[in-house]
Design a protein around this ligand. Structure first.
Ligand SMILES: [Zn+2]
Length: 171
């Protein structure tokens, strides 16, 4: 069996990014806790899926996705100045452990979507937040191994996600 659309795949991998010539580990999944996903649901980077197409169990992979095919460029439009009042509680206090430069905070945008932003700057009036994807403008280096391949069940295809090991448990 090879990796193709509508298969459920288990892989172990290491994701590193190269920044100023330095390689940083971003994510590591182990064999005993693999990354399990269904191919072709549109949730993952297309270029990630393309690189795995046709592989078999036991195959190793090692590829780089440049940022243009990854999470794109950082866009200054995704920076926002949010009034400090939005971070204050009823007493006007700000959670100083949360609102710290470099911290990622869960926020809600004007359409009610949940988004994560990184605190860039804090002053007496505004908190500047960066809502760019944390991996924007980074070349992504994936290296790992294919552990399992199986056909998705009818139910998984209908739901658009994996059930069971490494997947959603809601039955
Ligand atoms: Zn489901």
């Amino acid at each position: 069996m090879i990796i193709e659309n509508e298969n459920v795949i288990s892989v172990s991998y290491e994701l590193t990014v190269v920044d100023n010539g330095e390689e940083t580990l971003v994510e590591k999944t182990e064999e005993n806790n693999p990354f399990v996903f269904m191919l072709g649901t549109g949730h993952l980077l297309e270029s990630f899926e393309k690189n795995l197409m046709g592989l078999k169990v036991g195959d190793k992979f090692d590829f780089v996705i440049d940022y243009k095919n990854g999470y794109g460029e950082r866009d200054t439009q995704n920076l926002a100045q949010i009034p400090v009042s939005a971070f204050q509680d009823a007493e006007g206090n700000i959670d100083e452990e949360m609102v710290v430069v470099g911290n990622m905070l869960p926020m809600v945008d004007s359409e009610g979507n949940r988004v994560n932003g990184i605190v860039m700057e804090v002053n007496s009036e505004f908190v500047t937040m960066d809502f760019n994807h944390p991996l924007a403008e980074k070349d992504l280096h994936f290296a790992g191994e294919v552990l399992k391949i199986r056909k998705a069940t009818e139910e998984e295809l209908a739901h658009g996600h994996v059930h069971g090991e490494g997947g959603v448990h809601h039955h």
